[in-house]
Design a protein around this ligand. Structure first.
Ligand SMILES: Cc1cc2nc3c(=O)[nH]c(=O)nc-3n(C[C@H](O)[C@H](O)[C@H](O)COP(=O)(O)O)c2cc1C
Length: 137
């Protein structure tokens, strides 16, 4: 069953920008083989990742990612079946943001900020994920 899993986590102080690039390299290699797509949004202090693929595969990947000491306190925001992918052509897209208050991400208008905040609050995942996908279109 095609599913989407979204989680938030806290980036370790020791996790450099170079480490994030290594994570993305690993992710693209592995996710490509497993037909997993998504996006990794990161700031200095947090990660937000959307994983799309077969439910058991993305859950297994999430269990592995959770143990990675480049971050901690992973919190699953949503895990649900989807009918189509929001990031069909991205093994793992990335977006660095400058602020830890996602609501003030400058590239977003007010409506988008509200949707993004709703995603972080665990509501309206569908609209919010579509909105994130548009940022990468
Ligand atoms: C925030 C974060 C996101 C990650 N996302 C992925 C991912 O999408 N796919 C992936 O294969 N590894 C991802 N990783 C890396 C895995 O935790 C792990 O290091 C990698 O899969 C290699 O593991 P292995 O060599 O034990 O198989 C992520 C790590 C972190 C900290």
């Amino acid at each position: 069953m095609l599913s989407e899993l979204v989680y938030l986590s806290f980036r370790s102080a020791a996790c450099t920008d170079n480490d994030v690039q290594k994570i993305l390299e690993e992710a693209r290699q592995f996710n490509g083989k497993q037909d997993i797509t998504g996006v990794l949004i990161y700031s200095k202090e947090k990660f937000l990742q959307v994983l799309e693929g077969e439910q058991d595969q993305i859950l297994a990947l999430y269990e592995k990612i959770k143990l990675d000491d480049r971050h901690a306190r992973a919190l699953m925001v949503s895990n649900r079946p989807i009918t189509e992918r929001h990031f069909p052509s991205w093994q793992m897209a990335e977006k660095a943001i400058n602020t830890d208050d996602y609501a003030f991400l400058s590239a977003m208008n007010e409506e988008e900020q509200a949707q993004f905040k709703a995603l972080l609050d665990g509501e309206k995942q569908n609209n919010a994920t579509k909105m994130i996908a548009r940022l990468f279109a």
